[in-house]
Design a protein. Structure first.
Length: 129
């Protein structure tokens, strides 16, 4: 695979990684799982149990495992055709996926801020009857 195709693949494969990691760790559909994992990540007696449950509360941590799964599925390698290519690809995918998640989080924060501003402006307007 030539270098431009490898780079393009890096940015494309990182999209579903970011989507999956964000959805599982932040979205309402997994809220119950998230709440259980948050509680268990602080209350379990054994450190490996706490770390296991923490994995589902942190998008950065979880993205490493999602990226590893995608490497198995896609057999994507970056720069080298052997195990080094998998290693570089794995960390690169996590890096790009986390940039995507940071941008998405920032956009959501801006949208939420705008909604609050609009609601407060609407509330301050006199109501016509």
């Amino acid at each position: 695979m030539n270098m431009s195709l490898q780079i393009m693949s890096l940015f494309i494969i990182a999209l579903p990684i970011a989507s999956i990691a964000w959805t599982i760790t932040h979205e309402e559909v997994f809220r119950e799982l998230h709440d259980v994992c948050v509680a268990k990540s602080t209350t379990c007696r054994r450190i490996y149990e706490r770390k296991f449950f923490y994995l589902f509360t942190c998008e950065y941590c979880f993205s490493h495992y999602v990226a590893a799964g995608f490497l198995v599925i896609t057999r994507y390698k970056l720069l080298f055709p052997d195990w080094r290519g998998y290693l570089i690809a794995g960390f690169s995918l996590v890096f790009v996926a986390n940039i995507y998640m940071s941008l998405f989080g920032r956009i959501r924060l801006d949208l939420r801020k705008e909604r609050v501003e609009i609601s407060s402006q609407e509330a301050s307007l006199p109501h016509s009857k």
